[in-house]
Design a protein around this ligand. Structure first.
Ligand code: GLN
Length: 551
């Protein structure tokens, strides 16, 4: 029988519920338990696939092709496990299921209501992973903040599950904020008290409080919170601001969060947490030997969450290279032929980000040209690879009107074209080429030296692809397809062998990077950036630009 831990949030959003849930999961996993995490989101979109990144940040894609909340990325990166469609459920999906059932006549003439029909469907989904008998612990993060109208059915479902299960099979962790008021020079507990009251008024009493705070709470404040919120003193956990999210499991370990959870769930005889690798990684993140500067060229750079998995992959790859990866965000909409050298001259590597639509693509193409001509390590992901192909077609093959039909329906030279099976699809949600597909890598290529194998699987999220009609022309001129889908011949990896590091991939390697298994392209890309920084001889053009700008 799996045991259930629910994580709710109070006072404000953005307190880091996902990180606390992932950290607790990490500690329990490090003690030998099989743990998974799922997220229930209160919005009405059936999944976040149709959301603009400005809304909730990046859309994380799982192996089985589910478009999910970015917190699932944290779960995978912390736990080194795969999640699936079952790990992310929204209000939209719940209602869709219930309404489909109603239309099929399954409710036999009954009035369909939030309680019990919606809450029953929420509970069924909350317990789905637990019924697989694969896990000892299921952690469920409830999105949103207690008090939101839309999270009420989820809180009610938690209340019912808590009532249905034996006491030691279920607990609730509530994450709150203890703000510091500068004028009063005091930490304030009232918001926490009120948020616990609100949760209790909905029938759920938290077993453990995790209090986000800028300053240590101290015993007196912990006592006060315990008394007013009716939890045991050892169950008030301080969660101090951390310099990196990867430190949070260690902070939670110091606060004995794992021990308190084990006591309440009546779990004993577990090993001490095995966190050697984690600590080594953390040590490298906090004490890097060197630094490289990578330009991230994208159009959503105002919102860092839009590129969450890429940024985390850089942290993993930096630790492997004993180096800090400083990411400089460059807005693709504002790059032009006149300012490109000035904007990119201090970089040691360039990553052109994934994306959709016309906005900012010409800037991306200009940036790729600069990286190709100046031997600057280049890494293009999805749209980034597509832009590299267009740049090569226009500037090396001389096909001036080369384009993607995503940006220009009329182009006579669609070097990037919509996949054939996508042309029949009109519905937007969940209809891209999604999830894990195989790719065969050619030997004696950069891709092969990175992966050290010919057969890989990576995750995808796209509608367009490289147009194979142009492949021979590309390869003759020096840009090759080094990775291909063995069933469909879809080009998965493109590279320029005469360049020290020029690689574009149609898939999203950032979705599979974890603390324990950093993604190899990122690791090699950072190494190439380090080499570029050292080897002044391969950047004469850049030096020339630097001289010009200092003169
Ligand atoms: N818009 C491009 C496509 O759909 C690239 C997608 C992406 O970068 N994820 O093919």
């Amino acid at each position: 029988m799996a045991k259930y831990i629910f994580v709710t949030g109070g006072v404000t959003s953005s307190l880091g519920k996902g990180i606390i849930a992932a950290s607790l999961a990490k500690l329990l996993q490090a003690r030998g338990l099989k743990v998974t995490i799922q997220k229930f989101d209160p919005y009405i979109n059936v999944d976040p696939g149709t959301l603009n990144p400005y809304e909730h940040g990046e859309c994380f894609v799982t192996e089985d092709g589910a478009e999910t909340d970015l917190d699932l990325g944290h779960y995978e990166r912390f736990l080194n496990i795969n999640t699936s469609q079952a790990n992310n459920v929204t209000t939209g999906r719940i209602y869709q299921t219930v309404i489909n059932r109603e239309r099929a006549g399954d409710y036999l003439g009954k009035t369909v209501q939030v309680v019990p029909h919606i809450t029953d469907e929420i509970k069924r989904r909350m317990r789905l992973l637990g019924e697989k008998k694969e896990f000892d612990i299921i952690i469920t993060e409830i999105g949103g903040t207690v008090g939101d109208i839309e999270s009420l059915p989820f809180i009610e479902a938690v209340r019912q599950i808590q009532w249905e299960l034996p006491d030691d099979d279920c607990l609730v962790v509530h994450l709150t904020l203890v703000p510091y008021l500068k004028a009063a020079k005091e930490l304030k507990t009232k918001p926490t008290q009120q948020s616990v009251k609100l949760l209790s008024a909905n029938g759920v009493h938290p077993d453990i409080l995790v209090c986000r705070t800028e300053l240590p709470l101290g015993d007196d404040l912990k006592k006060k919170i315990a008394l007013f919120c009716n939890v045991k003193e050892d169950s008030v956990i301080e969660s101090l601001d951390a310099s990196t999210i990867y430190e949070v499991p260690i902070l939670m370990l110091k606060e004995k969060l794992d021990l308190i959870v084990m006591k309440k769930l009546n779990i004993s005889n577990l090993q001490e947490p095995e966190l050697t690798k984690w600590r080594e990684f953390l040590n490298k993140v906090k004490n890097p030997g060197t630094k490289v500067t990578i330009g991230l060229i994208g159009k959503y750079i105002e919102l860092q969450d839009a590129y969450k998995s890429i940024l985390e992959s850089f942290i993993h790859a930096g630790a492997m290279n004993d180096c800090k990866v400083q990411v400089v965000n460059v807005h693709s909409e504002f790059i032009n032929n006149e300012n490109v050298a000035e904007k990119l001259k201090d970089l040691d590597g360039l990553l052109v980000a994934p994306g959709f639509g016309f906005r900012g693509v010409e800037g991306k193409i200009i940036a790729v040209k600069y990286a190709r001509e100046n031997y600057l390590p280049f890494f293009g992901i999805c749209l980034g690879m597509q832009m590299a192909a267009i740049e090569f077609a226009r500037n090396v093959l001389g096909i001036k009107d080369a384009d993607s039909t995503e940006m220009n329906h009329q182009t006579l030279n669609p070097v990037i074209d919509m996949m054939e099976d996508q042309k029949k699809i009109n519905i937007k949600g969940g209809t891209m080429r999604l999830g894990s597909y195989p790719c065969t890598i050619k030997e004696n290529t950069l891709a092969y030296s990175i992966y050290d194998t010919t057969e890989i699987n990576e995750r995808h999220r796209h509608r367009w692809e490289f147009n194979n009609k142009y492949l021979q022309q590309f390869e003759d001129a020096g840009m090759i397809a080094s990775g291909i889908n063995p069933q469909t011949s879809l080009v998965e990896i493109m590279e320029i062998p005469s360049h020290p590091f020029f690689l574009g991939v149609q898939y999203h390697p950032e979705l599979k990077s974890t603390v324990e298994n950093p993604q190899p392209i990122f690791v090699h890309f950072i190494k190439a950036a380090k080499d570029f920084q050292k080897a002044d001889k391969i950047k004469p053009a850049i030096n020339a630009v630097k001289e010009m700008s200092t003169n």
